[in-house]
Design a protein. Sequence first.
Length: 247
Amino acid sequence: MNVFGVDIGGSGIKGAPVDLERGELTEPRHKVLTPHPATPDGVAGCVVEVVENFGWKGPVGVTFPGVVTGSTIRTAANVDKGWVGVDAGKLISDRLGGPPVTVLNDADAAGVAEMTFGAGRGRQGTVILLTFGTGIGSALFVDGKLVPNTELGHLELKGHDAEKRASTKAKEDEDLSWEHWARRVTKYLAHVEMLFSPELFIIGGGVSRKADKFLPLIEDIKAEIVPAELENNAGIVGAAMAAAARR
């Protein structure tokens, strides 16, 4: 069964049809730049562009970089604050002409995909997926069950939101070396580990493609640390899975 998944990020919006038996994209994903400001109307238009690029007419799953309850947006740290209180599922469905649209937190979507098809397959205990990108997203699992909307990127680290110091965007904005950035990531992981004592950290987001450049530099973390196997497609796959689950 194929379902369409869209992953809304702070810098890009990407999507593709997903084969839910294999957890793989059936076609190369289509990506457009996130508009600035990333208003509800502007982002919804981009989602429509991505979906219509494939001529897709069925159910759609969509991730969002913030807290989502039902399909209503509760926080919007890295997109326009006009999203707060918006029923994103209805907005996007209306813009697409009426198909069912399921909306969930972006890191939760990536986590569900990794726990089903990727690095978390079969893992029990406490598992935390962290996506490093424009911000830091998090997905917390206990014995395979998701605790939604954890938003651990907003934990305080040195007086700032952790994502302001340890995200991929912080690395790029401050032109940090891999070594310098890995030290910041290590401090962040140590803080999360102190709070939750996970058995496994899964590192996702676009930077997971370059895991060999920084994971070997992370030291003194007790939990196992692995890169996401689905890399930056995990959000698309998880979004499609969520849409299929609500059929």
